[in-house]
Design a binder for this molecule. Structure first.
Ligand SMILES: Nc1ncnc2c1ncn2[C@@H]1O[C@H](COP(=O)(O)OP(=O)(O)OP(=O)(O)O)[C@@H](O)[C@H]1O
Ligand SMILES: [Mg+2]
Length: 253
């Protein structure tokens, strides 16, 4: 079974905030379809923690993490986002929260306390990244991060972790071993197949669990204006392009 389990169209006009609102029916439905898949895939897991990463920067990890977390909170589930991209933090910007204190402060032992913020979305809580530290990979490797996740498994129904891209630094690979599932965001006209294969291999090498792939920012409009009935074909073309990388992963299941 091909696990490419989510398709997100390219937003034609991006509002100042890319967080979904009730107005964008198509975006809402896409995220809800992905939510259904994740609910199913994590059904039997002890803890419901998901890492969202990508091969390169800019694939849409932060946007996807935020919007998926919102759709889970809409189900009445208690949800926590952890911004573990301490190198290039941005969750705080989307939700208009202070960057610090946050994860880096907890992991470096500089500050003690509960730095989790409530948001304007019911049931959705956020731990921001904190000021960028010198040694993010080392901080993520220490026991404090493991324990932080464990503690929060008790407190939240779902945890979404935003992280840097796999091809650039090791942070996401470290986190992938501590969460129950990893989702890889692929962006149309952006992610190269070889880099995707390298990413999948790096995550598989540490025996982490890739639960799925999200194909983001599909340019439906370009093709559906005159050729609406071809948009399925077009999507299939992109599935096929990434198929060899994804199938390689599936055969190891
Ligand atoms: N489906 C989409 N349609 C249009 N624009 C999108 C879509 N998803 C993300 N973007 C835009 O693409 C840019 C990069 O998205 P985002 O910040 O979520 O990526 P990222 O993978 O977290 O990047 P980084 O690796 O730099 O952290 C942002 O400007 C975002 O608004
Ligand atoms: Mg990001």
């Amino acid at each position: 079974m091909i696990k490419l389990n989510g398709l997100l169209k390219k937003a034609s006009r991006l509002p100042s905030s890319v967080l979904i609102t009730g107005d964008d029916f198509r975006a809402n439905e896409s995220y809800k379809a992905i939510r259904t898949n994740i609910l199913h895939l994590l059904n039997d897991s002890d803890n419901k923690s998901v890492l969202i990463t990508s091969p390169y920067a800019g694939a849409g990890k932060t946007t996807t993490t935020s919007n998926l977390a919102i759709t889970f909170a809409q189900l009445g589930k208690k949800v926590l986002i952890i911004d573990a991209d301490m190198r290039k933090p941005s969750i705080h910007k989307l939700f208009s929260l202070p960057l610090s204190p946050g994860l880096s402060d907890i992991l470096s032992g500089n500050k003690k306390g509960d730095f989790v913020h409530n948001t304007k979305f019911d049931n959705l809580h956020i731990l921001c990244a904190g000021n960028p530290p010198d040694n993010p990979a080392e901080l993520l490797s220490n026991e404090i991060f493991k324990n932080l996740l464990k503690e929060n498994y008790e407190n939240y129904d779902y945890i979404f972790v935003d992280a840097p891209p796999v091809d650039a630094v090791t942070d996401a690979v470290i986190i992938s071993q501590l969460v129950c599932g990893t989702i890889i965001v692929i962006r149309q006209n952006h992610t190269e197949k070889d880099t995707l294969i390298r990413t999948v291999n790096r995550i598989k090498k540490v025996n982490a669990n890739i639960v799925g792939y999200i194909l983001n920012a599909i340019d439906y409009e370009k093709y559906s204006y005159k050729y609406g009935h071809y948009s399925g074909k077009y999507t299939k073309k992109y599935y096929n392009y990434y198929r060899s990388a994804v199938e390689k992963d599936n055969t190891t299941k």
